[in-house]
Design a protein around this ligand. Sequence first.
Ligand code: NAG
Ligand code: NAG
Length: 168
Amino acid sequence: MRILVRILSLTFLLFIVHTTSSPLWWDDHQELPSTTTGSIGYPIRPRDPANTSVNPNAVTGTTCIDPTAVLNTHDTNVAILSICGGIAGSIQFCGGDPSTTVGASGTSKFTLTAVNAAQGATINVSKGRWEGCVRAAQAVCPTGTFSSTCVGGTSDGVGFTFVLSGNN
Ligand SMILES: *[C@@H]1O[C@H](CO)[C@@H](O)[C@H](O)[C@H]1NC(C)=O
Ligand SMILES: *[C@@H]1O[C@H](CO)[C@@H](O)[C@H](O)[C@H]1NC(C)=O
C-alpha cells in the first residue's frame, strides 16, 4: 500500500512537472512573434535611423566662435541630450519650462537661453527641433565652438540662443 501511494504521488509529480514545463518544449515556434511584439503589447520597431537632413532656416545668426577648438564628437552628442535635465531615450521634449538650461558632457557644453527670457519666455523645445537646430548650426560651423539661435521651441514661439563651448 505504501508503495502504491509512492508510485501514485511520483506519477502525479511527473504530471505536474510535465504540464508546467511543457510550454517550454512545444511553444518554441509560437515564441517567435515576441521579436515583433513586446511583453507590454505593442510592436517593437528597430531604432529610427538618425535624421541627417539639414534645414538651414531652422536657425538664424550662426557664428563660428573658435573653429580650432577641439570638441569630442561623442561628448557633444551626449551634451545635446543633457539639456533640460536630460532628454535621452523616450523623453521627447525639454521639460520644466526653464528660461535657460545647460547640457554638458566631457569636452562639450551647450548653453540655451530663451531670446525673450527677460520677458518670461521659457524653453519647451522638442527633441526633434533641437537636434535639427544643432545640425543646421553644425552645417555652418562643422568644427569648434559656435553660437546660434533656434527658431521656435519656446513658450512665445520666438526661439532661443544656443552656444556650444568648451566644458571647462
Ligand atoms: C528631419 O530633420 C528635418 C530638418 O530639421 C526636419 O524638417 C524633419 O521634420 C525631420 N524629420 C523627422 C522624421 O524628424
Ligand atoms: C510650448 O509652449 C507654447 C506656449 O505655452 C505652446 O503653445 C506649445 O505647444 C508648447 N510646445 C511644446 C512642445 O510643448
